[in-house]
Design a protein. Sequence first.
Length: 274
Amino acid sequence: MSPDPPAPAAWALDIWTACQAIEAPSIGAAAKALRGMQRNWSLYSAAHHRRAALIAGALPPVSAKPLLFPAPAPTAPLGAFTLLEPGRLLASPSKTSPMPNGEWRFVEDRTGPPSRAYLKLWEGLTRLGRYPAPGERCLDLGAAPGGWTWALAGLGAQVVAVDKAPLDPRVATMPGVEVRRDSAFGLDPAQERAAWLLSDVICYPARLLALLRRWIAAGTVANILCSVKFQGATDHAAAEAFAAIPGAVLFHGSHNKHELTFAWRGAGQPAGQV
């Protein structure tokens, strides 16, 4: 609603890009106004919850089934609305996330992975719309206990899992997994080549930023996907430094905690094909 131009908002799960206030004295009038704009709507219930739910119930149904990874993200237009007052809507027929309220839901595997951290990777890859291909070499830094390695191996990638701590034995013995008992910061980027560099390692943002700059400068990886973890207060200056890297994407996933997801794609052909 502001006259100012949009500003970067990495922490937002969803951004409504065409907000407008609509006077709707009745539930039927509200539903009619929304249907007149487009078919698909999701409710953000912030107030007047019962009335908002009745309006949503008067709209065409929208499939909200969890995604079966690696299924692509939905492409159908999806709007969002909420009630400012009982007779006044705030609605946007377009928004940045194809998921209701920016919440990415997947059909979860509750037996295979050693933790639920794999959901962050699934969400990040699905949002990017690209995935490690079968046979591509992936470096998983700070891999233990192995949630991301599990997900990568499930795609058929060749995964080098790097961590001083041991991987879950079920993950360590998966086809295509190589375990390297080393520090995530101990590898020499000049001596490694990979299609993907991935990391969910726990460290301060400034240290991770320095590490990623080394890998990007070496030119030996084609894609990067990492969790930027904030311990204590949010380091906004560090977040801005990540976002300023050419080719970078920075966002807060619905499966992130106090962290952002950083993604980067280099120019040229993917490296590290095996």
